[in-house]
Design a protein around this ligand. Structure first.
Ligand code: ADP
Ligand code: F6P
Length: 325
């Protein structure tokens, strides 16, 4: 049976590019004769009935805006069948046949379960700065986040150079090191500490010391927030300063990386994936995630996206270390 009406929501952590993605889902669906509803606050709004009809102008003027106009939330109770049932009843009342979920792997688990329970068609679009989702080279918001972090480190480098200091810069990524790895390469860091690679602090310290002996006057270490270090980041700075004698400072970039106007790449991928999600629903597909692999649009079962871990490219990590000699 062909679909007539879809809803779209954003769930989990917001990311720059969610707005262009919403815009694409809404306008591509309207272009194809579908009715479109927006849901506020992710699964929370789905359960509470915060669902409203959208038109082409509902998404006007948002392509350049970070965050999500639909708001986002986390609702742990969505793991319970009874909570999901309320959400399904709300969709049924409005005659909505399908749901587009823009979020991370947790949101996809919810979408998959929702589809299994009630047969509502679902398509997931990867939206998280962490880029930790299997089956896609990019997640929406990652490119903006790494550009913001790179810009920040460029600025930090000025002070590091002027004062001949060592800077430890913490970036986000939850328990994945993709942001740290990319930012480390793009900003010419001396070393990166990431969850995927076993950390030897003594080796990192030795690399810094040797670099200084070769004539380097400042150093940048990028640390992923999920890196398995035996101490917190402030103690780490004290420890490294004690061992090396180099004046050390810490900057935690935090939520700066989540906001801001989306980069061109994030807008382009978000727009392409949004339209493709609707295209799949029109073709009768469900329980899939859309992604980008080698710049091509792809789709895969949602389960594969959240059950398997994304392969980590150690070559980038190795290159950072080679290029920082
Ligand atoms: P992300 O989607 O960014 O990974 P979370 O892991 O916080 O973010 O998940 C977002 C929301 O998805 C949760 O608050 C919850 O409502 C829903 N969710 C997560 N895991 C499940 C699950 N196993 N079953 C049902 N819903 C889930
Ligand atoms: O998943 C995106 C992310 O920004 C992670 O990198 C980070 O660990 C987490 O969300 C922070 O979540 P919150 O905004 O709830 O503090």
């Amino acid at each position: 049976m062909s679909i007539k009406s879809i809803a779209v929501l954003t769930s989990g952590g917001d990311s720059a590019g969610m707005n262009p993605c919403i815009r694409s889902v809404v306008r591509y669906a309207i272009y194809n004769g579908l009715k479109v509803f927006g849901v506020y606050r992710g699964y929370k709004g789905l359960v509470n009935g915060e669902i409203f009809e959208m038109n082409a102008s509902s998404v006007g003027g948002i392509i350049n805006r970070g965050g999500t106009i639909l708001y986002t939330a986390r609702l742990p109770e969505f793991k319970q069948y009874e909570t999901r049932k309320k959400a399904a009843e709300n969709l049924e009342k409005l005659g909505i046949d399908a749901l587009v979920v823009i979020g991370g792997d947790g949101s996809f688990r919810g979408a998959h379960q929702f589809h299994k329970d009630f047969g509502i068609k679902v398509i997931g679009i990867p939206g998280t700065i962490d880029n930790d989702i299997k089956g896609t080279d990019y997640t929406i918001g990652y490119d903006t986040a790494i550009n913001i972090a790179m810009d920040a480190i460029d600025k930090i480098r000025d002070t590091a150079t002027s004062h001949e200091r060592l800077f430890i810069v913490e970036v986000m990524g939850r328990d994945a090191g993709y942001i740290a790895n990319a930012v480390g390469l793009a900003s010419g860091a001396e070393d990166v500490l990431i969850p995927e690679i076993e950390i030897s602090l003594e080796e990192t310290i030795e690399r810094i010391v040797q670099g200084r002996k070769r004539g380097k006057t400042s150093s940048i270490i990028v640390v992923s927030e999920g890196a398995k270090i035996s101490m917190d980041i402030l103690h780490l700075a004290g420890y490294i300063e004690g061992k090396t004698g180099f004046e050390t400072r810490v900057t935690i970039l935090g939520h700066l990386q989540r906001g801001g106007s989306p980069t061109a790449l994030d807008r382009i991928y978000a727009s392409r994936m949004g339209a493709y999600a609707v295209e799949l629903l029109i073709k009768g597909e469900t329980d899939k995630m859309v992604g980008i692999v080698s710049d091509e649009l792809v789709s895969l079962p949602l389960e594969e996206a959240f059950e398997k871990k994304k392969d980590f490219d150690e070559n980038v990590y190795k290159l950072i270390r080679i290029l920082s000699i």
